[in-house]
Design a protein around this ligand. Structure first.
Ligand code: HPA
Length: 239
């Protein structure tokens, strides 16, 4: 047991998928795992461990929302449970015209606007948070092989969903940042601290460049595609 997780040692696979929402974690286990079991329920953060169709062990653990939440769970999974790779599977808002709803953004790197940097006395320096290279390549190949629309690049992991400055996103967009979510930086940071691996893959649920919304069916299809990509990364890691 760790402070926020009541699983037993050995309850998690080496690779953990990490959606934000506990309901989505349950859906992932029910839809894509076999022989799965509940391994954590502290704070309603229902986590499952099971196997893929070919027997590859895999877990899913919800992160909750924001860098502090994902930071706690990633830290404990890496440091207390021997987890080697965490793959965030979330949604994001697109910052670029050429990125459509349902596209996948693979977070090569992440920026942040949060105080996490102040936890170390970096003296105005920053830490550039990046994905694990092998997992990144594996996700790109998986997306390409399946014919999914994908983009690889920088994300903003924002501390603020309802930003009081309606134009601030344009500055990030002008720097080439592809989209905004709220967790990737915290995950990459926790992985770096633990000398472990991380990757964030996000399906685009909204855009700052146009107003369009996804139907329920489109949303489901895009989540399915993202999970298929993440599961190929799990299989490649275990090869
Ligand atoms: N902002 C922050 N996080 C998000 C968004 C967004 O627009 N969409 C999905 N996650």
């Amino acid at each position: 047991m760790s402070i926020h997780i009541n699983a037993k040692p050995g309850d998690f696979a080496k690779v953990v998928l990490m959606p934000g929402d506990p309901r989505r974690a349950e859906w992932i286990a029910k839809t894509f795992f076999k022989n799965y079991r509940l391994v954590n329920d502290v704070r309603g953060m229902t986590a499952y461990t099971g196997e893929l169709e070919d027997g590859t062990p895999v877990s899913v653990f919800p992160s909750g929302m924001g860098i502090p939440s994902i930071g706690i769970y990633a830290h404990e999974l890496y440091n207390e449970y021997g987890v080697e790779l965490i793959i965030r599977v979330g949604t994001c808002g697109a910052y670029q015209e050429g990125i459509d709803l349902k596209d996948i953004i693979i977070g090569q790197g992440a920026c942040c606007d949060t105080a996490i940097l102040n936890s170390y006395n970096f003296q105005n320096a920053t830490y550039s948070a990046i994905a694990d290279y092998d997992a990144l390549v594996s996700s790109v190949e998986a997306a390409k092989a399946r014919g999914y629309r994908y983009h690889v690049g920088n994300m903003l992991s924002s501390n603020v969903f309802y930003n009081g400055d309606p134009n601030i996103w344009k500055k990030w967009a002008a720097m080439g940042v592809k989209g905004v979510e709220m967790e990737a930086y915290g995950l990459y940071w926790a992985a770096a601290e633990a000398n472990k691996k991380a990757l964030a893959i996000c399906s685009v649920s909204d855009s700052f460049c146009f107003t369009k919304i996804l139907s329920q069916m489109e949303r489901q299809e895009s989540l399915n595609n993202m999970i298929e990509v993440a599961l190929q990364v799990v299989r490649d890691f275990n090869k």
